[in-house]
Design a protein around this ligand. Structure first.
Ligand code: SD4
Length: 336
């Protein structure tokens, strides 16, 4: 259970350096040492590292999640996020991202093209506009006004995958994914690497960010769960935060990340809350989901973390106050 009074006392006291925070942690009843960061998928250890550079200097969780996600957005070898992301069926790389801070602020961009860092544009939507979401051309124009560069995000390798796909043009998200993943990581059934990142800073404040190029070879204009507040990401600084990865259509149907946070509000642990969301999804859609992957990660206000997936193969990466990278495979529902 969350011991809110002790936690708040800790929060007020621990505004100084991380060392001080750790000393205070040792004296308090907090379950983990702060700060912490957790991301979907094992390769995102590298993103956690970038977030940690901010968190370990007593920086704000919001800055940490933005910086962490930017690492993946700029990585041409990650074919599910930002630069190098696989395109839609017409060859356009279209990106979705959203961000939430500890103050109830949120910003999102949907289907933005030619901008390397949609997460930073989403943050500016939150901070500089009277709106929450900008989509398509409007999002792009806003980014340009804010000083972002227009860039070609389709790498030669992603273009090659797309051209190969064009030979059959068959759209079955999971088949496509399995096929792509076999090429990139033989033996694995997943081809998701959308990054959802959650962080808690030394002041106990939570933020989250999520960024993706969405499902490979989707229809032009398709938007997934990742930029939708409550579906791909939800942060409630009093309760906890959650983020999703996998087939976005299914996550949207149950407002996945919001469902996880609400379950934590009513006393479930992060792991239990993620399982509740997956089970709800499965109850609704049953065998339609057998070959899909959907995974959630979550953190509560006590700094406890958890994850749960529909199928085997979902991994997540985290760093808690000890500064050590950990990668884990999530428990899953459909044991074959
Ligand atoms: C989407 N949820 O656009 C994203 C895809 C994803 O790892 O998570 N890929 O549906």
């Amino acid at each position: 259970m969350i011991n809110r009074r002790k936690f708040l006392r800790h929060s007020v006291l621990s505004t100084g350096a991380i060392l001080l925070a750790q000393q205070l942690n040792a004296k308090s009843n907090l379950e983990v040492k702060l700060p912490l960061v957790i991301s979907t998928w094992a390769p995102n250890v590298k993103a956690n590292k970038a977030a940690w550079e901010i968190l370990s200097k007593s920086g704000r969780a919001l800055d940490a999640v933005e910086k962490g996600v930017m690492v993946v957005e700029a990585d041409p070898d990650d074919t599910s996020v930002g630069y190098g992301g696989l395109p839609d069926r017409d060859g356009n790389v279209t990106l979705d991202a959203c961000i939430m801070d500890e103050l109830g602020g949120n910003g999102s961009v949907m289907c933005i093209e030619n901008i390397m860092h949609p997460i930073s544009v989403a943050r500016l939507v939150m901070e500089k506009t009277p709106h929450v979401i900008l989509a398509g051309k409007g999002a792009f124009e806003f980014a340009i006004q804010q000083g972002f560069k227009k860039e070609n995000l389709l790498t030669a390798s992603s273009e090659k995958f797309w051209k190969e796909w064009l030979k059959t043009s068959m759209y079955n998200p999971m088949d496509t994914m399995k096929h792509m993943k076999q090429k990139r990581a033989p033996g694995s059934i997943d081809n998701h690497d959308t990054i959802g990142m959650l962080a808690m800073d030394v002041n106990g404040n939570l933020s989250g960010a999520c960024s993706t190029s969405g499902m490979a070879f989707k229809m032009k204009g398709r938007v997934g769960d990742s930029p939708i507040i409550g579906a791909g990401l939800f942060v409630d600084n009093e309760i906890g935060a959650a983020t999703a990865t996998g087939v976005g259509e299914e996550v949207i149907r149950i407002c996945g990340s919001h469902t996880v946070v609400e379950a934590m509000r009513y006393g479930k642990s992060p792991r239990e809350a993620c399982q509740i969301a997956v089970e709800r999804m499965y109850k609704l859609r049953k065998n339609n989901l057998n070959d899909m992957q959907i995974g959630f990660i979550a953190v509560n206000k006590s700094g406890e973390i958890g994850a749960f997936a529909l199928n085997e193969g979902f991994t997540y990466a985290y760093r808690l106050g000890d500064g050590i990278d950990v990668v884990k495979s999530a428990d899953f529902l459909l044991k074959k």
